[in-house]
Design a protein around this ligand. Structure first.
Ligand code: MLT
Length: 261
């Protein structure tokens, strides 16, 4: 469904009732990234998700930064009259979640950082972003998407999931380029982690080569009371590679923090 949130048009979807959980997807994805997670979560929670600007059916509407996407998340909450939400962000969605934690902490009931990190891009990572931009400019998003399953999924991921991830990674060219530039420019948020005051869980795939378990442990060590859950045998897209374990871990955490109190 398409909806205007203040001046921004965004694709969004929601399901269920109860305390609100807002899901923030990764790069080269859109709100469909959570398709395997919503039904189970929605048994206990009101689950809201949207596609970032320039992803899925959300129009690009000019340049954006990671902070802009965090402000869009706030616009979605405001538009739906939601005072408080648990923020769950995977990878780029995690960068947005950390920006949200910095900018809108009072609206966050809990935080789940999935396969993500607080550090900024290294010089090598910035060079990879530039190569990604060139590839898309020259050959289009489909060429970039072809490289995605191998980089993001564990070697054990099956062919059906590989194809699904490759297909979802074909996002609008301009949106992908803008997102790559936004990730390249994002600040190091490591020093902000100690300011987070809500219950926090870091989830990571054991074989995530992009944001490995050490990153999750490093974040959790700085966030007061944060815990880490490592999902064995999966890569960067742990919610899709091991949906059953991912859903159980997320539900356990959110139920303890949002329902049992
Ligand atoms: C993502 O999965 O959101 C991105 O690959 C993260 C990144 O490139 O830093």
């Amino acid at each position: 469904m398409q909806r205007r949130f203040e001046q921004i048009e965004l694709e969004y979807a929601e399901a269920g009732q109860g305390p609100v959980v807002l899901l923030l997807h990764g790069f080269a994805c859109d709100l469909r990234m959570w398709d395997d997670n919503v039904a189970q979560l929605a048994e206990k929670f009101r689950v809201v998700r949207f596609s970032f600007r320039g992803a899925g059916a959300s129009p690009l509407d000019g340049n954006f930064s990671i902070d802009d996407l965090a402000d869009d998340a706030l616009r979605v909450l405001d538009g739906l009259k939601i005072p408080l939400a648990a923020i769950v962000g995977l990878s780029m969605g995690g960068y947005v979640a950390l920006a949200f934690a910095r900018r809108h902490a009072a609206r966050m009931s809990a935080l789940v950082l999935v396969d993500t990190k607080a550090a900024a891009d290294s010089d090598a990572a910035k060079a990879m972003r530039d190569q990604g931009v060139q590839l898309i400019e020259q050959y289009g998003a489909r060429a970039f998407a072809a490289t995605v399953p191998e980089r993001l999924l564990a070697p054990s991921a099956n062919a059906v999931l590989r194809e699904r991830v490759r297909e979802m990674a074909v996002q609008p060219d301009a949106g992908m380029i803008t997102a790559l530039k936004a990730m390249r420019a994002r600040p190091d948020r490591t020093r902000e982690l100690s300011l987070i005051r809500c219950p926090t869980l870091c989830v990571v795939g054991e074989n995530d080569i992009l944001t490995p378990p050490e990153e999750a442990h490093a974040m959790a060590a700085r966030i007061p009371g944060a815990r880490v859950h490592v999902i064995p045998h999966v890569g960067h897209m742990s919610n899709l590679e091991a949906p059953t374990e991912f859903n159980t871990v997320l539900l356990d955490f959110l139920s303890t923090e949002l329902l049992a109190r």
